[in-house]
Design a protein around this ligand. Structure first.
Ligand code: GLY
Length: 308
C-alpha cells in the first residue's frame, strides 16, 4: 500500500487486512477511515477545516481497479467517514457514481453509515485565526447585512493567500492485494474557507482518483481545480501505460497542469501504484514525500517525491 502525507497513520490497518486476505477495496477503505478519524489532520474527515460559513463539508471517492466501478460523494456534512459513503455508492447504488450534499447524506442514512460530529474546537480556532489575520469577523459569517460583504472578503483572502502553514492535504491511499487487484481511495475536507458547495478533485473520477488493474492506480492531493482541469489522475495513468515509470508518470501528469493559467496556484501532487507493485510520486513543491508499507513490513517507510 502507499499513502500521501499523513495517510501513513492508516497503512497498518490496511496492510493487516491484506495479510488476512482482504481485498484492496477493503484495505483502502479501512486505511482512509483511520485518517478520517485523526483529529490532528485538518484537511480530512473529523477535524477538517470548515468552509466560509464555518461548516465542514467532506468529499471522497473510491475506485476498484478490477471493475473500474467507482463511488464518490461531495459536500457531505455530519458524517465522519465519507469514504464509506463513497464505497456504498459504488457497491449499493451502481446505477450512480457521484452523490452530493443532501442527497448523499440521505443515501448515507439509508445505507446505515454512521453520523457523527466533524467540526472540532481546534479546527474552529484555526478557522477563526485565519479570518482574524485577514481582518475579517467570523461572526458575520451567517447573520446580518454584512454577510455578503463577509463572503466577498473571505473569497478575496482565498485569492491572495500564500500557501498555508499546513499542506493543503487530502489523503490518497492506493492498495494492491494478493489477487492482483488495485484500489484507490481519496478523502478531503477541501480548502478551508471554500465557498459552500465547492467540489474538489477528490470526488471526481479521472481528476483526483483513477484505478484500472490493466494499467495502475493514481491519485492527487493539493489544488483540486488544477487536477480537474488536467484530469490528472488519468493523465498519470496514460503516461504509465505508455511506458513511463510510476514516478515519471506522476511528473508528466503534474507537468501538464503547470501549463494551465491559474491565479490561485498552490501545490499539486500525484501518487501512482503499478500492477506489479512499483510505485512513485511527484509534487510541484520541494521536500514532499509519501509512505509505503507491504505485507512483509512492520511499519511504513517514507519515500521522496520528485519535484516538478
Ligand atoms: N485536493 C483537494 C482539494 O482540492 O481540496
Amino acid at each position: 500500500m502507499i499513502a500521501s502525507e499523513r495517510g501513513e497513520v492508516g497503512l497498518a490497518a490496511g496492510v493487516d487486512l491484506l495479510r488476512a486476505g482482504a481485498s484492496a477495496m477493503d484495505a483502502v477503505e479501512a486505511a482512509v477511515r483511520v485518517v478520517e478519524s485523526n483529529e490532528a489532520d485538518h484537511y480530512v474527515g473529523v477535524g477538517g477545516l470548515p468552509n466560509l460559513l464555518g461548516e465542514v463539508e467532506l468529499d471522497a471517492s473510491i475506485m476498484d481497479g478490477a471493475t473500474r466501478r467507482a463511488g464518490a460523494v461531495a459536500a457531505v456534512s455530519g458524517f465522519p467517514h465519507p469514504i464509506s459513503i463513497a464505497r456504498a455508492v459504488c457497491e449499493r447504488l451502481p446505477q450512480h457514481l457521484l452523490l452530493v450534499g443532501a442527497g448523499a447524506e440521505r443515501f448515507a442514512d439509508e445505507a446505515g453509515i454512521e453520523r457523527g460530529p466533524t467540526l472540532t474546537d481546534e479546527a474552529v480556532q484555526m478557522w477563526r485565526r485565519g479570518l482574524s489575520a485577514a481582518g475579517i469577523d467570523a461572526a458575520e459569517a451567517r447573520h446580518g447585512p454584512g454577510e455578503r460583504a463577509y463572503r466577498e472578503r473571505v473569497l478575496e483572502r482565498l485569492a491572495s493567500m500564500p500557501v498555508p502553514g499546513g499542506p493543503w492535504d487530502t489523503v490518497n491511499v492506493l492498495a494492491l492485494d494478493a489477487a492482483g487487484n488495485l484500489a484507490v481511495g481519496v478523502s478531503t475536507s477541501g480548502y478551508p474557507w471554500k465557498y459552500p458547495g465547492r467540489v474538489s478533485d477528490s470526488a471526481i473520477i479521472g481528476a483526483g482518483n483513477y484505478c484500472d488493474n490493466a494499467v495502475g492506480g493514481a491519485a492527487c492531493t493539493g489544488r483540486g481545480e488544477l487536477a480537474i482541469r488536467g484530469t490528472t489522475a488519468r493523465s498519470v495513468l496514460h503516461a504509465l501505460a505508455a511506458g513511463a515509470s510510476p514516478e515519471d508518470a506522476c511528473a508528466a501528469g503534474l507537468a501538464e497542469t503547470l501549463e494551465l493559467p491559474d491565479d490561485f496556484r498552490s501545490p499539486l501532487q500525484a501518487l501512482c501504484l503499478a500492477p506489479d507493485g512499483r510505485h512513485g510520486g511527484a509534487s510541484t513543491i520541494a521536500g514532499a514525500s509519501y509512505a509505503v508499507m507491504t505485507a512483509d513490513d512492520e511499519t511504513f517507510e517514507v519515500r521522496k517525491r520528485r519535484q516538478v
